[in-house]
Design a protein around this ligand. Sequence first.
Ligand code: FNR
Length: 339
Amino acid sequence: HKQPLLFEPYTIKDITFKNRIVMAPMCMYSSHNQDGKVENWHLTHYTSRAVGQVGLIVVEATSVTPQGRISAQDLGIWEDSQIEGLHTLTSMMKEYGTVPGIQLAHAGRKAGIDGEIIAPASTPFKEGDKEPKAMTKEEIEETIEAFRQGAIRAKKAGFEVIEIHAAHGYLINEFLSPAVNTRTDEYGGSKENQYRFLHEIISAIKTVWDGPLFVRISASDYSENGYTAEDYVQYAQWMKEDGIDLVDISSGGVLPVSVPSYPGYQVPFSETIKHGADIATGAVGLITTGIQAEEILQNNRADLIFLGRELLRDPYWPKNAAKELRYEIKPPVQYRFGW
Ligand code: FNR
């Protein structure tokens, strides 16, 4: 049988993924000492999906500052002592044939920590939530520098892909969306200004990182006050000019509104941005079968398939998707006598 596109290797810069299957970043809230460090859970969880033959694993939202955590148990990359555990993690993932990636994140007004939280403006996410402090210019600069430091540590830890978390209503998304960003300085007002924070983060990371660089976006705010996938075509064009290799297309999370979800619900956003900005994209969201993934790739609606919950349910999803597509993939050598 002809090799399905899902199992064709994909190369960005000098990094090759053995297939188009990506494990989407998913918070495990498992740094139980609240020090942002890797624990046995992370080693077991991510390595299982490497053994399962996932091509690229994007490790969960990892905070570039203690203040940027979604919860106190989040992984962190804000100090050098966190590198060692992450290095063990990437070594194990590579040993079993996957490319290790990491999502660098800051939760902004959705941070779930004690103490002050920060955002582009002082409006909380929803009524009753903690009020964030509107960031000063200095705090903006410090945060950009924290992303740059995070990229340096990610490289030292052995990661081969960095994904900037600019989705789900977290800090960068808050700058990108007019529904949150009411600033009147050079970081708000026009689209160019709303993009400036992300632009400066990308530029700062690129001074220390020349590997594949992804951005995850929320391509729709599902609100008249927010942006749509068409608005994000413009942002994606700028990301391309800034040297981003792939945009990972999610949606929602900026406002407390419900998101209509059904199989492949975000794939049309990927399609719009891929063709509108002529940039590689990843599709994500209720993609669960090999046939569904193959359809998305063959019809040129995305370049990579990101899987979240389905990979939690089934670490061997690649093997089972191959079977569904009447194709066979090689097992890890340890399983060569039966798989
Ligand atoms: C997520 N998601 C997510 N997204 C992200 O960008 N960073 C993150 O750290 C997390 N954390 C997270 C934890 C858990 C437990 C889930 C289920 C989800 C969203 C995830 O990456 C994905 O976009 C969605 O789950 C939709 O894809 P699936 O699950 O339908 O394949």
